[in-house]
Design a protein around this ligand. Structure first.
Ligand code: SIN
Length: 183
């Protein structure tokens, strides 16, 4: 968990839906990397891309020594930070918590930031599953924010737009397309 007060501005690091739909007031955004974490479709979604009795799968960050995760960091002015965090706390309420992270910007420099991460002990955590099961769950799931397939496709497209590599997401998206083609 993190302290957000007394700063001129604060960086919010997005690695999932926050990349393509930040929905927050920011002054600047930059591609950034955090070390020791990897992006995984291991978090259940009961409120956005699934339903309470039929959760979808969305991304969280999972600790992994030697790994790193690239995403998009948003610089939020200090006077807007409380409102931004209030909105994000609500949006990410299904198991995510604020974590302090150390950002390395693609174009150089580092700074402190905050990421919303759903840890393995949260009530909605699903963890790993065989890739075909993950894809099947994504195909059949939908919630108030839209279909789970749309979430995966939007994430893949956003990562490619920002030239961010992610073998896990790209493999899932490839399997999803194959499955849809097969009908
Ligand atoms: C994030 O985008 O950083 C958090 C996970 C999500 O909302 O998809």
């Amino acid at each position: 968990m993190t302290e957000t007060g007394n700063l001129e501005s604060v960086w919010v690091f997005g690695y999932g839906s926050l990349i393509w739909r930040p929905g927050i007031a920011f002054h600047e955004r930059r591609v950034a990397r955090i070390h020791g974490w990897t992006r995984r479709f291991w978090q259940g979604s009961h409120d956005h891309r699934g339903l309470p009795d039929a959760p979808g799968r969305v991304v969280t960050l999972v600790p992994k020594p030697g790994a790193s995760c690239e995403g998009v960091a948003y610089r939020v002015a200090a006077h807007l930070a409380a409102a931004v965090f209030e909105g994000l706390d609500h949006r990410e309420k299904n198991g995510y918590q604020r974590y302090d992270v150390h950002l390395e910007f693609r174009r150089g420099g580092t700074d402190a930031g905050v990421a919303y991460i759903a840890p393995a002990d949260n009530h909605a955590f699903l963890g790993p599953a065989p890739i075909d099961e993950v894809v099947a769950q994504i195909v059949r799931s939908a919630g108030p924010s839209g279909s789970n397939s749309d979430y995966l496709c939007q994430l893949e497209a956003a990562l490619r737009r920002w030239e961010i590599e992610d073998a896990h997401v790209f493999e899932l998206a490839k399997r999803l397309r194959e499955r849809m083609k097969a009908g």
